[in-house]
Design a protein around this ligand. Sequence first.
Ligand code: NAP
Length: 315
Amino acid sequence: MNTNQFGKKGWTPERLENLSGKTYLITGANTGAGFEATKILLSKGAEVIMLNRNETKSNKAIDDLKSQLGANTKVSFIKMDLSSLSSVRNASKTINEKVSKIDALICNAAIAQVAKQTFTSDGFESNLGVNHYGHFLLVNLLFEKVEQSSGRIVVVASEGYKMGIKTIQFDDMNWDKNYHPNDTYCHSKLAQMMFAYELQNRIKDAKKDVKVYVCHPGASKTSLIRKDAPFVTRFMWTIMSSLPIVQSAEKGAYPEVMCATEDNLNQQAYFGPTGRMQWTGPVGECNMEPFVKDKTVARKLWEVSEKETDCKWNF
Ligand SMILES: NC(=O)c1ccc[n+]([C@@H]2O[C@H](COP(=O)([O-])OP(=O)(O)OC[C@H]3O[C@@H](n4cnc5c(N)ncnc54)[C@H](OP(=O)(O)O)[C@@H]3O)[C@@H](O)[C@H]2O)c1
């Protein structure tokens, strides 16, 4: 059992100091853990720019946040749909033109447990397309701004990474032969993690001043399981959510807020709730399966991702 570096309670927002002057960008922040993370950061005086796909939901989220935290709360949104590479490119252009710095880019948005195989507008299996390819391109396009800000990239992963096929299915990235709602989601979350640790390696080699952290929210009461999930999954999740094995969306936000703000975290680690099954409990360093850091697979995934998203990293 690891000793938690933040003590028995683990990391909590009580550790946060004043964040005024800091700017955070977060994907998928109109609801769930992303919304709660936004609220915590704003409550400490930070500016938060939400990168959301839905204008109506985003305006409602902004109204809710301002009514809870005050009319002068520095929250705004830029429309971005991760299921469209051109939308990611347009949003990144706006950000690069209008946002002066990025202290942390939090890659939080995701879809999960989609019952039937669906595709993004660029023809990718939708879990991989939204969760991995969309964020891969976004991080690439905003990297320079993050670097200029000596900022961070935070990748919100999932314990699901170890519940699927435990590697990347290079011979069938669209899951044409074996689509499975859970395996395919888990595949996309593993891809996000492999990307993050490979990005760390490349940043280190290139001696760049950007930190990359990987975390997960445990099991949290959010809207991740939606009506397009299989009936059995929705049924099970409804039962599980009523039990103490699942925590609040607010607690689910702690790991990503911690990774965006806390100094001296170990980049090689994987952060989240450390209690039973790593679903709930004090936030700290979690155990992680070694296949996440398989360099051969990670490098190949990087090449495939560059090709599919038509972007090049210059390091
Ligand atoms: N909840 C859990 O127990 C759990 C467990 C493990 C990992 N996670 C991870 O935690 C993160 C946050 O999820 P959550 O649980 O808070 O789920 P959530 O409540 O469903 O929030 C997901 C967010 O992602 C956004 N999103 C989905 N597709 C998008 C797209 N194409 N472009 C832009 N935004 C998009 C959603 O926007 P809309 O509202 O417009 O759909 C929403 O704002 C995810 O990375 C998820 O994989 C959650």
